[in-house]
Design a protein around this ligand. Structure first.
Ligand code: PRP
Length: 188
């Protein structure tokens, strides 16, 4: 049985230091949107949102791109209910759109070990897109972005476990408007 959640997020001691404020997120995502608008001028890219974490980023990013974008969703799971990786990626929900000859932009919330991305890249490249790029809001300082072929990154962050703006712990905190460090309860 899980503990009852605090009645207000303001009272939640697990929400630690703010790592990225709402304003920082809004400004950087607008920049990414401008860059994508420029780079994909004359094309209609397909934004592939990796559920669930990237759903908040996707909605803001898509509205920052001044092009006729299309959107589809894919769901994979690489972490269980804990904060530690299981080392296994599982396809939970596949795309509905055919990727043949499409300009695909894979939209991720965070690149951590790169396990998820390696799996997704292999899976999507096999479907014959015209191009495939990755746009991640966050990347760990330790992530090999070049090796993983990540072209667009919002912020590089240290190793703290982070919550908010789509990122969760046990499905909570995705609805925070900012990114914060997670402070596990003492008995965790
Ligand atoms: C998180 C995140 C990325 C992945 C990154 O997903 O959304 O997809 O982990 O980690 P990696 O680079 O080490 O593979 P998670 O499995 O927690 O699911 P969620 O997006 O539904 O929260």
């Amino acid at each position: 049985m899980t503990d009852a959640p605090p009645t207000s997020l303001d009272d939640d001691p697990s929400i630690g230091r703010v790592l990225l404020s709402e304003e920082q997120l809004v400004n950087r995502i607008a920049e990414l949107g401008r860059q994508l608008t420029q780079d994909y001028a004359g094309r209609a890219p397909l934004l592939v949102c990796v559920l669930r974490g990237a759903y908040v980023f996707l909605t803001d990013l898509a509205r920052s791109i001044d092009l006729p974008v299309e959107i589809d969703f894919i769901a994979v799971s690489s972490y269980g209910a804990t904060t530690r990786t299981s080392g296994v990626v599982r396809l939970v929900k596949d795309l509905e759109v055919d990727l043949t000859d499409r300009d695909v932009i894979l939209v991720e919330d965070i690149v951590d070990t790169g396990l998820t991305l390696r799996y997704l890249r292999r899976s999507l490249e096999a479907r014959g897109p015209a191009s495939l790029e990755v746009c991640a809001l966050l990347a760990r300082e330790s992530a090999d972005l070049e090796g993983l072929g990540v072209r667009y990154v919002g912020f590089t962050i240290p190793g703290d476990f982070v919550i908010g703006y789509g990122l969760d712990v046990g499905e909570r905190y995705r609805n925070l408007r900012y990114l914060a460090v997670y402070e596990p309860p003492d008995d965790a």
